[in-house]
Design a protein around this ligand. Structure first.
Ligand code: ADP
Ligand code: MG
Length: 138
């Protein structure tokens, strides 16, 4: 499997509940490298642009509201099969359906407030990493 880069976000709910350290520890324990990291409070246009693929979905307004309500931690992760690996460590979108021990099972509250984000494919990872880390050498 190839070495990949993927975009990870610790969402506002997990930052509010003091879970940054535990989530970063889970990332590192999985063998993924944190290549870049930044804490920021997303503006509405930044969140809307990031989630543009979901703009027609009924939950889009709620999602943007949530993602802009407090600071997030943005990370570029690297490793063998990093895209799938980080999604495995995160667990299913809905915390109720996520496997035991995953980030979303441990720290997510519901399908909207689910503690973390991870890119889902090679193309989206490239877009998402460059969206928040422009100029970062891919
Ligand atoms: P994932 O984050 O697992 O890739 P999606 O790309 O389908 O999931 O959705 C993006 C984000 O939108 C989810 O992580 C979650 O925060 C939110 N979301 C997804 N589905 C719903 C829903 N039915 N109601 C509210 N929010 C949702
Ligand atoms: Mg997604």
């Amino acid at each position: 499997m190839a070495v990949e880069r993927t975009l990870s976000i610790i969402k506002p709910d997990a930052v509010e509940q003091n879970h940054i350290g535990e989530i970063v520890a889970m990332i590192e324990a999985a063998g993924l490298k944190v290549k870049a990291m930044r804490m920021t409070h997303l503006s509405r246009p930044q969140a809307e642009g990031f989630y543009y693929v979901h703009k027609e979905r009924p939950f889009f307004g709620e999602l943007v509201e949530f993602m802009t309500r407090g600071p997030v931690v943005l990370m570029c992760l690297e490793g063998e099969g990093a895209i799938a690996k980080w999604r495995e460590v995160m667990g299913a979108t809905n915390p109720a359906e996520a496997a035991e021990g995953t980030v979303r099972k441990r720290f997510g509250s519901n399908i909207g407030e689910n503690a973390s984000h991870g890119s889902d494919a090679t193309e989206t990872a490239a877009f998402e990493v460059s969206y928040f880390f422009p100029g970062y050498d891919l």
